[in-house]
Write a protein that binds this ligand. Sequence first.
Ligand code: ATP
Length: 245
Amino acid sequence: MNIGLFGGTFDPMHRGHLALAEAARARYELKLIYFVPANISPHKQQPVASYMHRYAMVVLATAAEKSFIPSLLEAPGEDASSAEALSERLKRKAQKESKSPAGASYSIDTVHKFKKTLRKSDKLFFLIGIDAFREIAKWHEPQALFRECEFIVASRPGYSLADVADALPETLRPADAVTHPFRKQAATGDLVLPGVTIHLLEGVHQNISATSIREAASKGKPLGKFLDPAVAEYIRKMGLYRDRH
Ligand code: ATP
């Protein structure tokens, strides 16, 4: 069974996230997609809304779609008491070079944890937008992440497979002569290299960002066109993003 894992800050979850998941589900026959709100994302600014609010919004936004599953994989303290989690924390503490904030959720750890729940015959796809993918070389153990799952990268007009290749960590990046012919091609296709399989997915054109939604919410503007109505109502009801300006 093909299964998708879609992580993000989801601060808040919006129609762009849903469009990406829906396009990936249809194109790669994903039977289930797990939406994993990050506890503390090591790659980004800290979220504005708390983990619980962001998780609640993921629950509301995915409620109508049977194959979209909200996931608590990165919930704070989710497995804090297990021996495995303790040894993982100690190991991480020993990694002196790590610059990520304490409590950060590394995608590679999430994927390892998630794969323990899958069957051998399941195939895991990591869903991500091209904006986030361009930072992938800076992530924790990106090579390991590529070994563990295939990537589905939602492209945007103007991007090609060459941009995807350029974003890879140096050890995985193909020579320029290999990627050059792709530079003028459409923003779709597959990049298959030793230890890396990336599918570039086109057709996700929702010009929406969580940043602009938070901005609109802080000014009391209507949010309906960016969000699932239940999420928009939740933001209003709970007064999220209101006190930022
Ligand atoms: P922010 O504006 O706070 O950075 P964001 O929506 O870009 O918010 P995340 O919630 O972390 O950030 O995004 C989760 C994933 O969804 C990332 O892989 C991101 O590239 C992708 N994504 C975000 N917005 C869109 C969009 N409009 N269309 C397609 N993918 C998107």
